[in-house]
Design a protein around this ligand. Structure first.
Ligand SMILES: Cc1cc2nc3c(=O)[nH]c(=O)nc-3n(C[C@H](O)[C@H](O)[C@H](O)COP(=O)(O)OP(=O)(O)OC[C@H]3O[C@@H](n4cnc5c(N)ncnc54)[C@H](O)[C@@H]3O)c2cc1C
Ligand SMILES: Cc1cc2nc3c(=O)[nH]c(=O)nc-3n(C[C@H](O)[C@H](O)[C@H](O)COP(=O)(O)O)c2cc1C
Ligand code: SF4
Length: 420
């Protein structure tokens, strides 16, 4: 079923925030009322959910749109029982944003979609030793592509778990975001099957690189939070970054009155906190900058639904507000007329635009760079390093170049690694 008119088109491609199989309750009712086969769409990316819907008679057929963008082999893989190999759509709606914006529709997690005629991961002529720094989605996809090409792949992650910022974002307590982690689950499963040597809890340093003497290094070290030291009170114990909160899966002490600084990146956190029954105030310095992080704006649906819910969930959205000072139980701001206002704040969250974590690549270039690495016909040119008597190519991708979205990180990895 499809909800028909143009005004309701957003309802068809519901993003994260809404459960898988969101139209199954409707197809079940329709099936009771009509005597013909009923087909249903809507986030049936999990094969088990789709099969159960058929088995329990909620529909006669399941239809796929986005799940087939993410993996056109779903039906074959299901018939072969290869459930773990299915690259599940994660409901991020990058593809929908492309459609609404007149761009070529691409899938954030599958760079080969729309490139079927040209995209090939072929075995490399020479097997190389490739070291990858960072096991976020960019580093994981780089590992998958390099290992598929037959390279020896050593993947290092400084945290105890893989998945980087996408894993953290999927842990939002009261906003349905967990499908985001499907991309991490699939990539890490494929990397394991392909023999990637993963070491977690290990930070990559120039000394480690010198020791390992790889033929190529992929730096996919992501981004880091920005904490504006100039704001008085920023070091108080009730102030924390969104990243810290998400890494703990929200299992930290949070008071009744909450202020979230940064409406572009903090909008989804505001929703989750408001749904826990807290009084949430969003403080955003820009005008009209609410829910405008790239991963929200570019998907269109998430941007729209996020704004709708901020209103419904009664988040106190205050734009054009500059933070002057954080106090133990409040925060002092100035509006665009220069008037001062105080907001009660038992807990303060920092959700500011992030900085590229490029310290490893900067240090490697500083110590070892000898020129550019040119690859005829490749999507990317790296930097040539000399590690003693060993030449080595350096590639940088994803948020460590510039914080953006998982689409850039995964697509760059899919394309750049064809040159290694
Ligand atoms: C709150 C939030 C929500 C988001 N939601 C979305 C979304 O819904 N959709 C979307 O498309 N994008 C989203 N993004 C953006 C997205 O998370 C990033 O664009 C994406 O994660 C970039 O992938 P990456 O692999 O480049 O970096 P990361 O995911 O940041 O991974 C980098 C990894 O490198 C590791 N690392 C760093 N230095 C070293 C080192 N020296 N040695 C070893 N390991 C190291 C880090 O620990 C980390 O695991 C969100 C961002 C934020 C902040
Ligand atoms: C990029 C894109 C374009 C779409 N275009 C149409 C369309 O032209 N007509 C239509 O009826 N549905 C269209 N849809 C909606 C899908 O048919 C489907 O109802 C919706 O994506 C939900 O199913 P899914 O979760 O399997 O993607 C489109 C969906 C996407 C993602
Ligand atoms: S872009 Fe996101 S929503 Fe669209 S098919 Fe790919 S994973 Fe699914």
């Amino acid at each position: 079923m499809y909800p028909g008119i143009f005004e309701s088109v957003l309802e068809a491609t519901l993003p994260l925030y809404y459960p898988e199989g969101y139209y199954l309750p409707f197809s079940e009712k329709i099936k009771e009322a009509v005597g013909i086969p009923v087909s249903v769409v809507g986030k049936l990316m999990n094969p088990k959910v789709a099969e159960k819907a058929l088995e329990t008679g909620k529909c006669d057929l399941v239809s796929y749109t986005r799940p087939m963008f993410a993996d056109s082999e779903i039906p074959n893989k299901m018939m072969q029982g290869r459930y773990d190999d299915i690259r599940r759509c994660c409901g991020c709606d990058h593809c929908v944003g492309d459609g609404f914006s007149g761009r070529m529709t691409e899938c954030a997690i599958n760079a080969s979609f729309q490139r079927e005629a040209t995209y090939r991961i072929e075995t490399a002529a020479v097997r190389k030793r490739v070291v990858i720094a960072g096991a976020g989605v960019g580093g994981l996809e780089a590992a998958r592509v390099c290992a598929t090409r037959g390279h020896e792949v050593l993947l290092f992650e400084k945290e105890p778990d893989v998945g980087g910022m996408i894993r953290d974002a999927s842990k939002m307590p009261r906003l349905y975001m967990r499908e985001l982690n499907y991309s991490v689950e699939w990539l890490s499963g494929q990397a394991r099957k392909l023999g990637v040597q993963l070491k977690t809890g290990q930070e990559v340093t120039p000394a480690l690189i010198e020791d390992l003497k790889p033929d190529a290094i992929v730096v996919a070290t992501g981004s880091r939070p920005v904490v504006p030291a100039e704001i008085p009170g920023i070091d108080l114990p009730h102030v924390m970054t969104q990243e810290h909160y998400l890494k703990q899966g929200g299992k930290v002490e949070v008071g009744k009155n909450v202020v979230v600084i940064g409406g572009q990146f903090g909008a989804e956190l505001c929703l989750s906190l408001a749904r826990e029954g807290r009084n949430v105030t969003m403080i955003e310095e820009g005008h009209g900058n609410v829910a405008s992080a790239p991963y929200l704006v570019k998907t269109v649906t998430r941007y729209i639904y996020c704004n709708v819910h901020l209103n419904k969930d009664q988040v106190n959205v205050r734009t054009g507000m500059k933070v002057n000072e954080i106090r133990p139980a409040s925060i002092i701001c100035t509006d665009s007329d220069g008037d001062s206002e105080e907001f009660a704040a038992d807990t303060v969250f920092l959700c500011l635009p992030r900085a590229a974590e490029n310290r490893l690549s900067a240090a490697l270039k500083e110590e070892f760079a000898v020129g550019d690495a040119y690859h005829a016909g490749a999507a990317y040119n790296g930097t040539k390093l000399q590690l003693g008597d060993k030449p080595c190519d350096l590639y940088e991708l994803g948020d460590c170049v510039e914080p953006r979205t998982m689409k850039e990180a995964i697509h760059q990895a899919s394309l750049f690694c064809l040159a290694i």
